[in-house]
Write a protein that binds this ligand. Structure first.
Ligand SMILES: Nc1ncnc2c1ncn2[C@@H]1O[C@H](COP(=O)(O)OP(=O)(O)OP(=O)(O)O)[C@@H](O)[C@H]1O
Ligand SMILES: [Mg+2]
Length: 327
């Protein structure tokens, strides 16, 4: 099992859309996938599940969610004894449901991080402990909100890799530098916290290694045009910024020594503006590449759906290749 956080602290760049469709594309390649919806906005859960499930989460509060998992620990009661996941038939994955109440534990996690000792490490490694019960999966993918807050810090510290969705603008290039700087400061702080605990077995987490590596990046939502040979080409202004990305990634992520290993190919794919296919897939609660005429697909849309199938398949193939290149 490998755990991957799909993360950037920039909002609205298509993280959730990428994660859910990539997860479905991996499932189509016979991989067993669990999605952890660690964003209190719960967008991945809203994307994949019908209104009756959402009503049980939001109104009745009757389902096991990520908040059910996190709450005992935040109350000083230790780790949740069991975990319940829910199947999305359409995406062919299991899901630890998201929950807006997860935001309530942000402050607890922040306070625990700043106070060294057993409790601080236990809550910081909350997700690592959960992952130890997920060994039957090939991949566990974390959807996260756009922040460098304490929930995301805990998720990143617990994961093996992170996958960076990059919108094509100079702000994204800056975001990669910020993330690298934060990760480096977390690493130092974590080392200090670990060295301050006399008996690490008290933490009750077997594996306290911070091993986060960058798995790669996926460019998002730029305006693509076709050249005379029919290949997809970004428009000029975007192309200029896109060309600066590999060097920026190398500089901020690799040569600074913040990651111990590098993948086969940092660039894992480029997702164009998929226009109306995205809201159609949201209202049908299906992967974009599974949309059919019964979902409202007509005429030229069929070609777009087939192109989306190729796109996500290629990203899934690179995802698997990159993860395997780390072995
Ligand atoms: N490839 C795409 N083409 C067109 N629209 C897209 C594409 N990907 C995402 N969108 C749209 O962009 C918006 C943001 O997407 P999404 O929710 O996936 O971003 P996000 O990065 O997860 O946002 P947040 O930071 O709030 O979690 C959504 O309304 C979605 O419909
Ligand atoms: Mg999101």
């Amino acid at each position: 099992m490998k755990s991957v956080a799909v993360f950037t602290n920039k909002g609205g760049v298509g993280k959730t859309t990428l994660l859910c469709n990539l997860a479905a594309a991996l499932a189509k390649r016979n991989k067993k996938v669990l999605i952890v919806d660690a964003d209190p906005q719960a967008n991945a859960t809203q994307y994949m599940f019908d209104d009756d499930v959402l009503e049980e989460i939001y109104d009745k509060k009757s389902l096991y969610t990520i908040y059910s998992m996190a709450r005992p620990l935040s109350q000083g009661k230790g780790f949740s004894a069991t975990h319940e996941f829910r199947r999305s038939q359409a995406f062919n994955v299991d899901v630890l449901l998201g929950d807006p109440r997860l935001a309530l534990i942000e402050d607890t996690l922040a306070a625990d991080w700043n106070s060294s000792g057993v409790r601080g490490l236990r809550t910081t490694f909350l997700f690592r402990e959960m992952l130890s019960a997920c060994k039957a999966y090939d991949y566990v993918l974390f959807d996260m909100g756009p922040s460098l807050g304490s929930i995301n810090r805990s998720a990143l510290i617990s994961c093996d890799f992170f996958l960076l969705p990059l919108s094509i603008d100079i702000f994204s290039v800056r975001a990669t530098e910020n993330i690298a700087a934060w990760i480096s400061s977390w690493r130092k702080r974590l080392d200090l916290n670990i060295s301050s605990v006399a008996d690490l077995s008290d933490v009750e987490v077997d594996d306290l290694e911070f091993r986060l590596n960058l798995l790669g990046y996926v460019n998002q939502q730029y305006t693509a045009k076709r050249d005379s040979l029919g290949s997809r080409r970004p428009v000029k202004a975007y192309e200029k910024i896109m060309n600066t990305i590999p060097a920026a990634i190398e500089k901020s992520m690799v040569t600074s020594g913040k990651y111990s290993q590098r993948p086969l190919n940092f660039h894992m794919g480029t997702i164009p503006n998929l226009h109306s296919l995205v809201p159609m897939s949201q209202s049908s609660r299906k992967p974009i590449f599974e949309l059919k005429s019964s979902d409202g697909i007509v005429g030229a849309h069929f070609v777009k759906v087939a192109e989306a199938d190729d796109l996500y398949r290629e990203i899934a193939v690179r995802f698997i290749e990159n993860i395997e290149s780390f072995k």
